[in-house]
Design a protein around this ligand. Structure first.
Ligand code: HPA
Length: 251
């Protein structure tokens, strides 16, 4: 039995399997918060033990607002995970963040609502407030950036992620407001996932894949076909970035 903390990868839209993952076993985990999105997939990637979980389920059937984020994070923590790399599709707001590109965000603004967003609400001896000044793990962010450079798939360093409720995309005016607020990218799955990871003391960072220019930024409307095409290109880059990042992650 190896006690080294495990690395988990949470795959988002367009990443329900990890090419190159040598599967060792699947593990169904029951949690006090209900069912995770699916069984945890244990395997070897770049010679390292990793755990993979598809956020939207292996058939991509769970929409962002219905993901059981608490069960997912609790299950990973329960299985000995220490580091979590989250992959999230986003719309690009900042001009230099083009579709198909990668971004390692460093800040979050949370616009989601009605999601189960904390582990600290029942059976408490005292109220708990976790520090969330820097929402992503600095060490893991740097590893992702270095992995991208090493693999020739450079990712933009730093962006503010605006987390919206979905599942619909935003209006052009909503994106204007997000931009005024300082958001560089917009997505539906970054929260409460990052906050819950922090509550569990996990080292959590995210790799965003720009699926489209955010609403009103380029062209008149956004089609699922363009999102899919850009995600396919972007996910190839994510796979390379992960392969080069894994050896850099300290345990
Ligand atoms: N908005 C919110 N979430 C997204 C988008 C978007 O434009 N593209 C991919 N996920």
């Amino acid at each position: 039995m190896n006690d080294t903390p495990l690395l988990a990868i949470i795959g988002g839209t367009g990443l329900t399997t990890l090419k190159g993952l040598e599967l060792t076993r699947r593990e169904a985990v029951n949690t006090p918060f209900g069912e995770p999105s699916g069984p945890l997939v244990h395997g070897l990637l770049a010679d390292r033990r990793v755990v993979f979980l598809a956020r939207h389920g292996y058939g991509s059937t769970i929409p962002p607002h219905r993901v059981n984020y608490r069960a997912n994070l609790w299950a990973l923590h329960h299985c000995g995970v220490g580091n979590v790399v989250a992959v999230n599709a986003v719309g690009g707001i900042r001009g230099d963040l083009a579709p198909g590109g990668l971004v390692i965000p460093d800040q979050i603004i949370d616009y989601t609502f009605s999601r189960k967003h904390t582990f600290f609400e029942e059976g408490l001896n005292h109220v708990v407030h976790v520090d969330f000044t820097h929402p992503y793990c600095a060490t893991l962010r740097q590893a992702l950036l270095a992995g991208g450079r090493a693999g020739g798939v450079e990712a933009a360093d730093g962006a503010t992620y605006g987390a919206t409720q979905g599942p619909r995309l935003e209006t052009a005016a909503e994106v204007d407001r997000l931009e005024r607020d300082g958001c560089d990218v917009v997505g539906m799955t970054g929260m409460p996932e990052a906050g819950l990871a922090r509550e569990l003391g996990l080292c959590y960072a995210s790799c965003n894949v720009v699926a489209n220019a955010a609403a009103g930024r380029d062209g008149d409307t956004i089609t699922m076909a363009e999102i899919e095409e850009n995600l396919n290109r972007g996910m190839e880059r994510v796979r390379t970035l992960l392969e080069y990042t894994i050896p850099l992650i300290e345990t």
